[in-house]
Design a protein around this ligand. Structure first.
Ligand SMILES: [Zn+2]
Length: 174
């Protein structure tokens, strides 16, 4: 009987051990998934990029997919780009389209990277957004229609606009 108890105890420990390994395995998977190869990312190809949702899901890191294709919003003050003063061009993290110059970036204090103008008019698409009981203007990438954030009319000169953009959907090319 004692032997059996010992055996059951051992099995229990074994299965607990297996459980304890679960989360670390998941983390490894997550890390490798964030480095997914996105063959559609190009900073030079200008043509519009239309892909099925299933393809986006395959090539984008989960956090990018959630913002770009499901119109998610990252937590405020979570992006290193919010306060960064790095110089370069911000591109769409999903397709590589140039969106904003670092010279158009300003610190709005709103919790997300903020810009007063896009690189060109065609860099961005504007869409009326009446969700959450608010009248806002959503901004999407002009090349792949990834959700970027919203634009508000309380920005600094010369435009008076504040493009409030999720940092996750930006890559900085220096
Ligand atoms: Zn894009």
């Amino acid at each position: 009987m004692k032997m059996i108890n010992k055996l059951i105890g051992g099995l229990l420990l074994l299965s607990l051990g297996a459980c304890a390994q679960g989360p670390s395995n998941t983390n490894i998977n997550k890390a490798s998934m964030s480095e997914k190869k996105n063959q559609y990312y190009s900073t030079t190809i200008k043509e519009k990029l239309v892909l099925p949702d299933s393809t986006w899901k395959q090539v984008l890191a989960p956090e990018v997919y959630q913002i770009a294709r499901q119109k998610g919003t990252e937590r405020p003050f979570s992006s290193a780009f919010e306060t960064s003063k790095e110089v370069g061009t911000f591109h769409c993290a999903a397709c590589g389209n140039p969106l904003f110059k670092s010279t158009a970036k300003f610190e709005s204090g709103c919790g997300w990277p903020s810009f007063f103008e896009p690189i060109t008019k065609g860099s961005i698409i504007y869409i009326p957004d009446n969700t959450l009981g608010m009248q806002r203007t959503e901004v999407e990438c002009g090349k792949c229609k990834a959700h970027l954030g919203h634009v508000f009319e309380d920005g600094p000169p010369p435009t008076g606009l504040r493009y409030c953009i999720n940092g996750v959907i930006l890559t900085l090319e220096k």
